[in-house]
Design a protein around this ligand. Structure first.
Ligand code: ADP
Ligand code: MG
Length: 716
């Protein structure tokens, strides 16, 4: 019988095991099982001696069985098998409930390795239901020596499938496996000194010494990177074959650019050029623009919209909140000027519009009367259709899933796509997760921006500093400036749900109540220096028109202090705002703090950001806040954020799927490998676009895509 990677598991490991693997991990094929790599390897050096094992910890022991006995349970029916083992330093009892059949393996004098959690039963240490593996009888000197060097794979296991059971099943499969092809082409394997797939699978699971599993792991990790990058390269190549309407700049584009009240920054100009180049080809553009808050992404997108409109097409601009959609709408109207506004007829489409207004907007989109349709999630509804959707713009992309992005794109015939993000994405993450998007960066800020100074206000060390914070706010207000005060919660009972990624630092077990908008406002009103200041609250629970009114009053300078949740996080532009106080700053993500403070210092006045925290010195929470205060570089912060988070957080769970597909590759650590793999992948795909000569690679790509298709990452 020839067993290959795509063989079903059942016949090999038996129906019962097969069911157990399917239930526990969803595995059905040989490839699935062999992709279950050890979590780590124990070596003899790491083994604990019985004398040392502390209760409550997991222990791996090498020992000899000294006695075996069965007794009935005292309270209920059934039997307990008790096995005493020793390693010469002490004695420990293994207990198995209702598993008397194990007696035939577990005999006096047998030696083996035993692993489990150490418990205490009537004062004596015991391992209940440990994993174990017995050694062959009487190992020779040499066998013992080999065994001493031999790493013991420890697998991610479940209560129904122990590590040793997994190892056993994998062993059965490896014994008969016939690996026919090599996913990584020979030439690349040679250049990179990688082992073959067959060798790697054998040695990641059954290494005889440490060097072997390391080499196996490196080879399989590279293979993973190559599979991922080739899948992305294929997708990029496919995009190039899709037909789309070319949109070339013309008179309107020029008029729009000439009418701008400012000079474009060099980065803005070059990104506009890239966009025009993309859109002038009859294939859809798929471009991500990343740039700091305030770097001027919107005007770049607006230019693309004008270009599309002048060729008769429509643009749908998707924004994450009503406040932001409304602001985009207003500023577009302003930037376009009366003449172009009349011709392009921008409309706003949000969930809270009165039915009649909504109907009019829907009609304008469907008939082609409007060339710019700006809205929130409401745009994704089935009721929305377009006459000629030429461009989809997604603002603040991390707020949206790939599905939502695609839903909107489906409403046109391969429209061009522009996604905007202010959350800097580490390069390797961009390459891995947004690998099918071209990335443009606006790295420089428009001139005339004043720098932001950030300070940590550590209330744990200086409780009295809060008074000083409010005095600083009052000073700004006296000078005619405006202030933001940000709190993580709306009221004592309601948190701001609109923003899911407010994180709770794991080490803090919800100690104090969080600062809330509803409680902070009266607190500020009671500050003597702020008696004459006009203050308002803003949060996601308010009706949309009320939110809009508050925002526009603040924008117009009719309100001095805005006490808000993170609804102000994205896109809000009030150049006169010069100070931001963030309460319980440790409750926000680092990138989020950075974006929040980007709301001040947008005009001629220098910005100040006060990060108020109760976190104690030396805690991770405090370190994160201090990191934010120490740099204005969003990319550096994103990188630090990545360091302080787990891989899963970086890739996001909701949208990613990537996490479950990547077993050995870590996008935050393996940048070099990803780089190399991308280069090779591009070569492979350009030489052989259908991958006809790469059967084994195609097999791995299909596996990779089947598990979770079409998904990328979300922001940090
Ligand atoms: P973001 O990248 O955060 O979306 P915006 O596009 O909202 O930034 O731009 C922030 C502000 O900067 C807006 O008021 C915009 O009009 C202004 N702006 C954009 N580009 C420039 C520029 N080149 N020079 C001066 N101001 C600019
Ligand atoms: Mg913006």
């Amino acid at each position: 019988m020839s067993v290959t990677l795509d063989s079903p598991l059942g016949a090999l490991v038996g129906d019962r095991s097969q069911k157990a693997f399917q239930k526990a991990f969803g595995y059905t094929t040989v490839a699935d099982l062999l992709g279950h790599y050890p979590r780590r390897y124990a070596t003899r050096g790491e083994l604990t001696s019985i004398a040392e094992i502390p209760p409550g910890e997991h222990a791996t022991l090498v020992a000899e069985i000294v006695s075996v006995s069965t007794r009935s349970m005292r309270q209920k029916r059934g039997s307990v098998l008790e096995v005493a083992i020793t390693d010469g330093t002490g004695l420990v009892t293994l207990t198995f409930f209702n598993q008397a059949w194990r007696q035939k393996d577990l005999r006096e004098g047998a030696r083996g390795i035993f692993a489990g959690k150490v418990g205490l039963y009537r004062g004596a240490r015991q391992l209940a239901h440990p994993d174990y593996e017995l050694f062959e009888d009487d190992p020779s000197e040499q066998a013992q020596e080999e065994w001493a060097k031999k790493p013991i794979p420890l697998y991610p296991s479940t209560s129904s499938l122990a590590s040793w059971q997994i190892a056993k099943a994998i062993g059965v499969v490896l014994d008969v496996l016939d690996v026919s092809g090599e996913p990584v082409p020979d030439a690349i394997r040679e250049t990179e000194s990688l082992a073959s797939l067959a060798w790697s699978l054998e040695h990641i699971h059954r290494p005889k010494e440490q060097d072997q599993w390391q080499k196996a792991r490196d080879s399989l990790r590279f293979q993973e990177a190559l599979v991922l990058q080739t899948a992305l390269a294929v997708r990029r190549a496919e995009q190039k074959n899709v037909e789309s309407v070319a949109r070339t700049p013309g008179a309107d584009t020029n008029a729009f650019l000439a009418g701008l009240p400012f000079e474009l920054t060099p980065d803005q100009s070059s990104v506009i050029n890239e966009i025009h180049e993309d859109m002038s080809s009859p294939h859809p553009m798929t471009r991500l623009i990343q740039g700091e808050v305030g770097s001027g992404k919107t005007v770049v997108a607006a230019c693309a919209m004008v270009t599309v409109a002048q060729t008769g097409g429509q643009t749908a601009l998707l924004a994450p909140t009503e406040v932001l959609a409304t602001q985009h709408f207003r500023s577009l109207v302003k930037t376009l000027g009366p003449d172009m506004t009349a011709r392009l007829n921008p409309v706003l489409l949000t969930g809270s519009l009165p039915a009649a207004v909504k109907k009019k907007a829907l009609l304008a989109a469907a008939s082609g009367a409007s060339h710019l349709i700006i809205g929130t999630h409401a745009l994704l509804s089935d009721a929305v259709s377009f006459a000629d959707l030429g461009l989809v713009v997604i603002d603040e992309q991390h707020r949206f899933g790939v599905d939502q992005r695609e839903t909107l794109r489906q409403k046109g015939r391969h429209p061009h796509l522009l996604v905007l993000t202010a959350t800097p994405i580490p390069r390797t993450v961009a390459m891995t997760v947004f690998g099918d998007l071209d990335v443009s960066t606006i790295a420089t800020m428009p001139e005339g921006r004043s720098p932001i100074t950030s300070h940590v206000v550590a209330l744990a060390d200086h409780p009295s500093w809060m008074t000083r914070v409010w005095q600083r706010v009052a000073e700004e207000v006296e000078n005619g400036r405006q202030a933001f005060v940000v709190a993580p919660a709306i009221s004592p009972s309601v948190r701001e749900e609109e923003h899911e990624e407010q994180e709770i630092s794991p080490e803090e077990p919800e100690p104090r109540a969080l600062a809330t908008v509803e409680e902070t406002l009266p607190l500020l009103q009671a500050v003597p220096e702020l008696q004459s200041a006009r203050m308002e609250a803003l949060h996601g629970r308010m009706p949309t028109d009320e939110k809009d009114e508050v925002m526009s009053r603040f924008g117009a300078g009719q309100c001095d202090v805005l006490v808000a949740t993170t609804v102000i996080e994205v896109g809000i532009d009030v150049p006169n705002a010069s100070i931001m106080v963030i309460l319980d700053a440790d409750r926000f993500g680092m990138s989020q703090l950075h974006q929040l403070r980007g709301r001040v210092g947008r005009g001629e006045h220098p910005g100040t950001c006060l990060l108020v925290t109760h976190a104690e010195q030396g805690t991770l929470a405090r370190a994160r806040v201090e990191s934010v205060a120490s740099t204005l570089d969003g990319f550096e912060l994103a990188a630090k954020d990545v360091e302080l988070r787990s891989e899963g957080d970086v890739l996001g769970v909701r949208q990613s799927g990537v996490r479950s597909r990547l077993k050995l590759l870590r996008v935050t650590r393996d940048g070099d490998i990803i780089d190399k793999a991308k280069g090779y992948a591009d070569e492979i795909v350009s030489a052989d676009p259908t991958l006809a000569g790469h059967k084994a690679l195609v097999f791995e790509i299909a596996r990779h895509l089947d598990e979770d298709s079409e998904d990328y990452l979300e922001k940090t």
